[in-house]
Design a protein around this ligand. Structure first.
Ligand code: NAD
Length: 354
């Protein structure tokens, strides 16, 4: 038995969650065998599944498991049965936002790769999709206009406040530069510094932090131009570093380029415990049919291995296995028109190649 033990909190959740989580764990098991590592999996309930069992979307039992783990691996939560519940009992508000708060998550990472074989499932034309598209959005998650005070609404006037403090910008900028350093060394900071004071500070702090990363090439884009560049020439990007609001929008835009939500993993960093989950939701329209794409979940496992357990090689094994399956023209029905395979078959094929 290996000496390297890691505790993982596993939260399958609702809808397609349990189906895609099974495939993520199948792949993790292959990594365990190959690298002789001990992963201790601690299963918990979240979202609708937790409401049904504990009458709470994030029960104390689940919080306890999360806080006693080295990383949290989530699938997806929510569904029509619970969507109308009030905020404290709503799967997304009480469950997902509650989890983000519990883990003090302040950065969300969403990588997007457009595989050659899938260029015809992207909404962008092949003319635009030339070159390798492999980018990651680093979004600030804890501050900005979603949380700034004051926040007010009356019948005649509504107010939100966009605040950024130097420390918060510096913290996220360092994450962005570290990631860029480990990738192609190119960082694009996105703001609206021609109009917004909070963006002027953002740009100034990013410039300051860049002095500690001479190997990373930094450029700045205004958010309106960034939104345009993403669909005009996505291969120019490596790392996009941006605020909470702009990141929310741009990371969805970049995910759309890949053709299916089922392909996009994500990671959120906090204090000691990071959260890994697919970018998509619980997809109630296809739940229980064995057709969901498990790749977002499998790539979330790869992100967990790389960022929480420093297992870059194992993470790359998973990414190469995914790429090889896709390049053979195999996939679930969201990405393949002819002879699509089932969720578990795709999981098997990827696991077999590790
Ligand atoms: P969704 O992401 O669940 O689905 C949007 C579309 O993408 C659907 O057509 C779905 O079939 C497809 N899709 C998503 N993941 C897929 C996959 N792995 N394979 C193939 N197709 C996939 O978003 P929605 O329909 O707006 O929301 C459904 C439920 O999910 C709601 O209850 C919502 O609150 C919840 N939700 C949860 C999360 C989360 O868990 N982080 C995120 C978004 C929405």
């Amino acid at each position: 038995m290996g000496e390297f033990q890691r505790n993982i909190c596993v939260l399958p959740g609702d809808g397609i969650g349990p189906e895609i989580m099974e495939e993520g764990l199948k792949v993790l098991e292959k990594v365990r065998k190959k690298y002789d590592i001990v992963f201790k999996l601690n299963f918990g309930y979240i979202g609708g599944a937790a409401l049904d069992k504990y009458d709470s979307p994030l029960p104390d039992e689940t919080k306890e498991i999360c806080l006693n783990s080295d990383a949290v691996l989530l699938a997806s939560i929510g569904g029509p049965k619970w969507d109308h519940y009030p905020p404290e009992k709503n799967p997304e508000v009480g469950g997902l936002l509650g989890l983000r708060k519990l883990l003090n998550l302040f950065v969300n990472l969403r990588p997007v790769v457009v595989y050659d074989k899938l260029k015809n499932t992207s909404p962008l034309s092949k003319r635009v999709l030339k070159g390798k598209i492999d980018l990651i959005t680093v979004r600030e998650l804890s501050s900005g206009i979603y949380f700034g005070q004051p926040k007010q609404i009356t019948d005649k006037k509504a107010l939100d406040t966009m605040v950024y403090e130097k420390d918060i910008v510096e913290r996220i900028a360092r994450v962005g530069f570290d990631i860029a350093k480990a990738r192609k060394g190119k960082l694009t900071s996105v703001d609206k510094a021609n109009v917004l004071y909070s963006s002027m500070l953002w740009r100034r702090v990013v410039e300051e932090v860049s002095k500690d990363y001479p190997v990373v090439e930094l450029n700045h884009l205004y958010v309106d131009n960034a939104a345009m560049q993403l669909i005009l020439n996505p291969s120019q990007f490596d790392v996009i570093l941006t605020t909470n609001l702009f990141g929310d929008i741009l990371s969805d835009e970049s995910a759309a380029i890949a053709g299916s939500l089922g392909m996009i993993p994500s990671a959120s960093f906090g204090g000691d415990i990071n959260l890994y989950e697919p970018a998509g939701g619980s997809a109630p329209d296809i739940a229980g049919k064995g057709v969901a794409n498990p790749i977002a979940q499998i790539l979330s496992v790869a992100m967990m291995l790389e960022y929480s357990f420093d297992m870059r090689e194992a993470a790359d094994d998973i990414r190469k296995a995914v790429e090889s399956v896709i390049n053979e023209g195999l996939g679930t029905r969201d990405i393949i028109d002819e002879k699509p395979l089932s969720t578990s078959k795709i999981g098997d094929l990827i696991a077999d190649r590790i």
